[in-house]
Design a protein around this ligand. Sequence first.
Ligand SMILES: NC(=O)c1ccc[n+]([C@@H]2O[C@H](COP(=O)([O-])OP(=O)(O)OC[C@H]3O[C@@H](n4cnc5c(N)ncnc54)[C@H](OP(=O)(O)O)[C@@H]3O)[C@@H](O)[C@H]2O)c1
Length: 237
Amino acid sequence: MRIEGSVALVTGASRGIGRELVGALIAAGAKRVYAGARKPGTVDTHGGRVIPLELDITNERHLERVADAAPDVNLLLNNAGVFSAFNLLSTTREALEREFATNFYGTLATTRAMLPVIERAGGGAIANVLTVASLASMPPLGGYSATKAAAWSLTQALRGELKRRNIAVHAVFPGPVDTDMTRELTLPKTHPAEVARAVVRGIAAGEEDILPDPMSRHVFEQWLRDPKGVEQQFASM
Ligand SMILES: NC(=O)c1ccc[n+]([C@@H]2O[C@H](COP(=O)([O-])OP(=O)(O)OC[C@H]3O[C@@H](n4cnc5c(N)ncnc54)[C@H](OP(=O)(O)O)[C@@H]3O)[C@@H](O)[C@H]2O)c1
């Protein structure tokens, strides 16, 4: 898809990868970017090309009005996500439900709300920000992995259905990225701006599966060859 002249909506644009996605889209020539955020006042407007939009992807009232508020979008980046459900045997049901509400149902609801807009624009693209932990579960992040595996399945389902409607559906599989989400983790992390640039490049190049950092490329290549091996490696973490 051509990024130059496109009109995008990025969810979770207040910080982290989402904020960098907005900047990368503007740098790549997007005409306008709607920056969905729970607190839209925190969004950088890049001299007027970015329009802050109040959007909690679990809030039905916000979802009902998003299509009217962003009526010319042809590129949707489902980036908003939470990471709070850890080990599946000890995490609370409430934490798990909260995480599914955002990472799975929120992604689906935003997509449903924006589909008529993208179709009206003549087609376009949707990119869902998943994680390498969508491909196989890491027990210490078992809850998060489950929500992101469900979001990967949703991405695959939409791909088949939306191809006929001229809408490309991309999956993004980052490894660890240096944002608030991973503040507690001490391991090598990629800068979110680098991830954002790779996502925009991947969408422009029509890559179905976007691998925006060295770890994601390594894991994905291994997973294609030996999914059981990746499952076993992640299970031992
Ligand atoms: N960091 C990593 O290592 C990593 C790796 C792989 C994948 N990811 C994925 O990348 C995406 C972005 O994560 P990040 O690292 O940038 O995390 P982050 O810095 O914690 O930012 C999360 C973003 O999501 C927003 N958000 C959370 N719940 C929301 C909701 N219900 N409605 C709207 N926005 C909501 C947050 O908004 P507020 O500011 O209002 O809280 C924030 O803008 C997530 O989907 C995450 O799972 C991250």
